[in-house]
Design a protein around this ligand. Structure first.
Ligand SMILES: Cc1cc2nc3c(=O)[nH]c(=O)nc-3n(C[C@H](O)[C@H](O)[C@H](O)COP(=O)(O)OP(=O)(O)OC[C@H]3O[C@@H](n4cnc5c(N)ncnc54)[C@H](O)[C@@H]3O)c2cc1C
Length: 260
């Protein structure tokens, strides 16, 4: 058991309690962390619980949407696409009610399916605000995921602009519909952003697909370049071979569902 449990009641208190993160284990919804602690896979000295931190709000103002790290996944289901479609397929009602956005961004994939919100948030151009060593920082979600840093996620923000969105996924038939692969696409103005979940340990943006589209390629030809962007691996859900075969078709489906 943890020797100390910290229960901040504001975002500022949470950042201060986290400090530079050394020796601190964050618990948000706890759908991953609590079983790990209960079964002795994690032995935290200090646990920072976000349940009362006030980081559970969605704000739409000043041309931006900001989602607090402790916002439950269930709160996204009726919101902006393609995030809503991804959120609707995370676990089941109980998991979606408990699991948080920050936990989803910080969950390492390992052998089990996690991080379904990463691709849609990358496609939405989300920025992550985090606290930790060196103070507060804002960076793109791609940079945050690539850095693999131990920081406290405070919130994610994306522009509140007109867009069209596409989402296509392959699920394993199961009570929880585990996502094998998912593709999120967003077109805003003249730019199309594309990202994949299930093609690696974290969500990945697809610069080759985007460049092909910008160069006038058909959706089919652009989709075929996705394997230059991600290198799928075998896991408990599906083989790398299967993922490589299925992924270009999913990318094309997501792109074809973009309006205009
Ligand atoms: C039955 C079941 C089904 C599931 N199905 C899916 C699924 O379909 N798709 C999917 O993506 N996931 C799934 N998950 C995994 C998990 O529920 C989600 O990824 C969830 O969003 C994790 O959020 P949490 O708040 O519960 O994280 P927690 O368990 O609280 O934390 C997870 C990790 O993130 C860290 N963390 C949490 N919040 C922060 C923060 N704000 N800043 C820094 N670090 C933080 C914790 O320290 C821990 O390492 C499933 C889990 C279960 C048990």
């Amino acid at each position: 058991m943890a020797s100390e449990v910290l229960l901040p009641t504001s975002p500022a208190e949470a950042a201060s309690a986290f400090g530079d993160g050394s020796g601190v284990t964050v618990v948000a919804g706890g759908t991953i962390a609590l079983p790990d602690i209960t079964h002795g896979r994690m032995h935290p000295a200090r646990v920072l619980m976000l349940a009362r931190s006030g980081l559970d709000r969605i704000e739409r103002s000043g041309g931006a949407v900001t989602i607090g790290a402790a916002t439950p996944v269930a709160a996204l289901v009726d919101g902006d696409e393609p995030l809503a479609s991804a959120a609707a397929h995370v676990g089941d009602d109980e998991i979606r009610g408990q699991a948080t956005v920050g936990g989803n961004l910080c969950a390492s994939a390992g052998e089990t399916p996690r991080g379904d919100l990463q691709a849609p948030l990358i496609a939405l151009g989300a920025r992550v605000r985090s606290a930790g060593a060196g103070g507060e920082r804002v960076e793109s979600l791609e940079d945050f995921l690539a850095a693999d840093s131990s920081r406290l996620v405070l919130d994610v923000t994306y522009d509140d602009t007109p867009r069209s969105a596409g989402y296509a996924a392959a699920w394993r038939p199961h009570a929880h519909h585990y996502t094998i692969l998912a593709v999120a696409a967003v077109r805003e103005g003249g730019e199309t952003r594309v990202a994949v979940t299930g093609g690696g340990p974290t969500g990945r943006r697809c610069p080759s697909v985007e460049a092909a589209l910008a160069g006038g390629a058909s959706t089919r030809d652009a989709a075929a370049t996705v394997l230059d962007d991600v290198d799928p691996a075998d896991d408990a859900l599906a083989s790398a071979w299967y993922r490589r075969r299925v992924l270009p078709g999913l990318v094309q489906k997501a792109l074809d569902s973009l309006a205009g």
